[in-house]
Structure formats: C-alpha cells, structure tokens
Design a protein around this ligand. Structure first.
Ligand SMILES: NC(=O)c1ccc[n+]([C@@H]2O[C@H](COP(=O)([O-])OP(=O)(O)OC[C@H]3O[C@@H](n4cnc5c(N)ncnc54)[C@H](O)[C@@H]3O)[C@@H](O)[C@H]2O)c1
Length: 372
C-alpha cells in the first residue's frame, strides 16, 4: 500500500516508517522538521526508500501535495510541550485532522484508513478510588493545594486520601492545551470518519521511550531530561515527592500497535490505550536510568512542582490486549537502548534542558511549594 506518515521524521513516526517499509509498503513522509525537535534539519535516520515531503500539517497545499496516490495515513505530527502558546496546540493538533478529512472528502481521495496518535493525556488525572465512596475522576489539583505540597488526590465527598486506579478508555478529562487538542482530534477523526465512511483508529500512547526521542526538546519527557542531567553529572530533579506513578512503553511496542491498527478491522472507529501496563514511580524511573548510565547519583527532590502535571497516570491496556497486542519490552531494556543511542549522539551533553527549565520557571510552570 502507499502510506503517508505525518511526523515521520520524528521519534515514533520514524520507527513506524521503518516498520512499514520492512513490510513492503511504499512510504511518504510529511514533516515540517519543527526546529525544537530537529534544530539540525533532516535527521540522518530517514531511510532513502521513503519519500520525504517537507510541509506543515496546518497548510492545505502541503496536504494536497502529500496525499497524491495515498491509501493510508498515519497522522503522528503534533506539537507537544508544556508552554503557554495554547493556540499552537490547537492549530497543529486539532485543526490538522479537520483539514485532512476536509481534503479527503472534497477531493474524493480513496483513503482506506487513518491511524492517528492520541495520548494518555486525555484522561487528565484519571481514575481514583475512595474506600467509602467508590470510584471517581478528580479535577486537577488546585494551585493552592500544590503550593502546600499536598500531592495526593482526596475524595471530594469525605476528603480522605484516594488510591489511583488503572484508567480505561471510557472517561475523559483533558485539562492541558495539549490534551484538549488531542481529544478534539479524536472527536474529529472518529465522528467525521464514521460519518464519511473513512475508517479511523485512535491510539492513546503512554509515555514512550527509545532511540531517536529528540533530546533537543527538553520541555517534556523525563527520560531525556534526566539523562541529560546525569550525562553532566547532575542529579535528576524530581518534582513533588517523586512517588507519582506513570506507565512507560517502548517505541517498538508502539510500532506493533500502529501496525495492528492497519490490519485489524475490529479497530475501526475505536480508540485504544497503548501503554506499558505497569505502574512505575518517578523515583524508581530515575534509579533505573542512573543504573543504565552507570552513574551513582541520587535523584534530587527539589520541593518543586510542575503546574499541569497529573499525580498518577497509568493506562489500562486490556482493550488493545483483546485484539492480541501486548507490550513486550521491559522498561530496563527500553532505557538501556535509549542510553546507548544517546551516548552515540555527539551533542547530547549540550544541556538543552537548562533553557527549557528556565523558560518553564519564567512561565510559572515550574513552581516551588511552600512546605517541601
Ligand atoms: N512520545 C510520547 O511519549 C508520546 C506520548 C503520547 C502521544 N504521543 C504522540 O505521538 C506522536 C508522535 O510523537 P513523537 O514523540 O514521535 O514526537 P516527535 O516530536 O519526535 O515527532 C513529531 C514530528 O512531527 C513533526 N511536526 C511537528 N509539527 C508539525 C507540523 N505542524 N507539520 C508537520 N510536521 C510537524 C516534527 O517535526 C516531528 O518530526 C505525536 O502525535 C504525539 O502527540 C507521543
């Protein structure tokens, strides 16, 4: 098949491109080489067998050029970080699906399927359980609570501490501009796709790791931020108390989910969590990473927090498992492969996290609690 991968120069996109080529598909990439991700231009890992179209998913002419002869689209291009340029998230992440569908419908392009990247971020704080009042989906923790260094979620009915639960696909509560824009893209793809007979599949990835995860963009992704600090013999700075739970997934496992979505008609017009299936605290992650890097540096609990972070977010992956997928790569191996790749990157030590860190402080995204 002739397949278009938007964001195909990026981390997940490029691994998806490799896998599609390996399966014998023809692949075209549409990517604008966003400078924060690719400050040095086109990455050397782009295979010569893939056709590269430099273009922006916000631009009609670029889509029209990229869609010629295309049968399947993987829409992975996105704007993702923690900054306050809210409208950019919507322009890139929410308008581009509408534009893509608009062009397909207007020109009658016979696209057989669109597979698109969403995110675990659409759950916001996810699901919690109170021993007395049962399950609930909390609102984000108010700034005043975070400033008091009260990190855990409390039951809105009795104020007792609640326990996190694995979050399945049913209840959404996006609360960052990135998450809202991703959820909007889901609504467009699933509903307009069904209405116009274009099969669409949404994949809500958990935190994804592996080689090619651009270390230039240090606004998000603890692996890239922590590893750069460790490379410079600095302690990874852990926000809150470091006990926040996350689930992490290897990029190879993500790619297998991307491929499954293409071949599996039961996935059409559905969205699936694609996660590691295991809860790991930020401190545990920091230790796994230091071990992989051979550094005996303890994480630093700074008494700070990042406004907009969730407390615990762990995806329930049973829905995709029912279609025969499951994560295979242990976190230790994922981290090792990232570290190995990173150590072969000449300028990875460059301290890109420092600029990002300062900008997030200026933007009042990283703040200090009064009672660390
Ligand atoms: N990496 C993760 O942990 C993670 C988690 C959940 C969801 N996702 C989603 O997966 C997808 C891929 O993420 P990634 O980690 O590979 O990101 P990435 O930044 O490595 O790749 C994204 C690519 O999109 C391109 N791009 C950005 N804006 C564009 C635009 N306006 N027009 C054309 N191209 C543009 C960038 O140049 C880059 O090559 C994204 O949709 C992201 O939201 C990623």
């Amino acid at each position: 098949m002739h397949i278009l991968v938007t964001g195909g120069a990026g981390f997940i996109g490029s691994h998806t491109v490799d896998a599609l080529l390996k399966k014998g598909h023809r692949v075209r990439i549409l990517d604008n080489l966003q400078p924060r991700v690719h400050p040095k231009g086109i990455p050397s890992y782009i295979p010569p067998d893939a056709e590269f179209v430099k273009g922006d998913v916000r631009e009609r002419v670029d889509w029209e050029k990229a869609l010629k002869g295309i049968e399947v689209v993987y829409h992975l291009a996105a704007y993702q970080d923690y900054m306050t340029d809210f409208s950019t998230f919507f322009h890139v992440n929410a308008v581009s699906p509408a534009l893509l569908l608009e062009i397909i419908v207007a020109k009658g392009i016979p696209v057989k399927k669109i597979i698109f990247a969403s995110s675990q971020a659409v759950y916001g704080e996810g699901k919690y359980r109170c021993g007395t009042h049962g399950d609930f989906f909390p609102a984000p923790r108010p700034l005043a609570q975070l400033e008091r260094a009260e990190w855990e979620m409390r039951c809105p009915a009795c104020n007792s501490e609640a326990t996190w639960q694995f979050t399945d696909e049913t209840a959404l509560s996006p609360h960052t501009s990135y998450a809202i824009s991703k959820y909007t893209s889901e609504l467009a793809f699933i509903n307009l796709g069904r209405r116009y007979g274009i099969p669409t599949v949404g994949l809500r990835y958990s935190i994804t790791h592996g080689p090619r995860n651009s270390f230039y963009n240090a606004y998000s992704g603890i692996c890239r931020i922590f590893s750069q600090r460790l490379m410079n013999d600095q302690a990874p700075v852990v926000f809150e108390d470091g006990l926040q739970k996350r689930d992490y997934i290897n990029v190879g496992d993500i790619v297998r989910a991307n491929l499954l979505a293409l071949d599996e008609p039961r996935a059409d017009w559905e969205v699936f969590n694609v996660g590691g299936g295991k809860a790991v605290s930020v401190i545990e992650f920091a230790h796994i990473l230091s071990r992989a890097m051979g550094k005996e540096i303890q994480p630093l609990i700074s008494g700070e927090f990042r406004f907009g972070d969730t407390r615990h977010t762990v995806s329930d992956i049973s829905k995709l498992k029912r279609l025969g997928w499951e994560p295979r790569v242990p976190l230790e191996e994922t981290v090792r492969s990232y570290v190995e790749w990173l150590s072969g990157q000449g300028d990875a030590r460059g301290g890109f996290y420092q600029d990002a860190d300062q900008e997030m402080r200026r933007g009042k995204i990283i703040m200090k609690a009064h009672r660390p």
